[in-house]
Design a protein. Sequence first.
Length: 289
Amino acid sequence: MEFIDYYKILEVNKTATEADIKKAYRRLARKLHPDLNPNDKEAHKKFQAINEANEVLSDTEKRKKYDLYGKDWQHADQFEEQRQQRQSNQNTQHYSGNNEQDFSSFFESMFGGGQHSRQTKYRGQDYNATLTLSLIDATETHQQTLTVNGKNIRITIPAGIENGQIIKLKGYGAAGANGGPAGDLYITFMISINADFKRIGNDLYTKATIDLYTALLGGETTIETLKGKVKLKVNPETQYGTKIRLKGKGFPVYKKEGEAGDLYVTYEIKIPVNLTEKQKILFKELSTL
């Protein structure tokens, strides 16, 4: 696996603070988010890369291992254990780990030199990927194909997936060494912002506009839900900001077939404009009663 410079990806130097890394990630995430670049495959790849870089550099322990071991940082604990064992047995070998070339030689000696090294099995590196879904897509269980390291992986995405939720696919990471097990694939799901619905947990929130006459006298209005249109009864003298709840019309509950949150509808009242003279007179009469 080639060395990936996470600092270069986030456009920061190695002395960057946690705040610097966080700021750089947010700036690039806003710029490269798939919602803003729907037809730009290169932007999507860069978006996945900055997520991977941020995951490593924003974690103190992971960053230390990455700074010391580079592309093989996920094997850091195994390398340290092996190095200490060799030092205690031979008391002659020393590894500083200051650069990639030194580490590569040490890595080669571990896996290629000596009977004990050839018998040691090492687990493969984990992979990380980001998958963006629309709110509508996330309401239905469906299949998608991911391409990771040139390999197509078909996965089933359950309805009700959370924004930021991570799913692990065991054995879909890098191959292990010396017959060791393969690493895992961690997929982070991102749900796009929807202009019509706000999601909080499994509940959805939306707005419906009714005219002044319906608000005063009552009537009916039709609204959109994730499952299609629904006709609602509007009570007479409905006030601006009135909120109603539609039970079970919200977001599906993850891995619970047939269960869903609620949909909350807030009424907004549209004030009539371009009144005729007769209408103005009638409203004036109403105002005096």
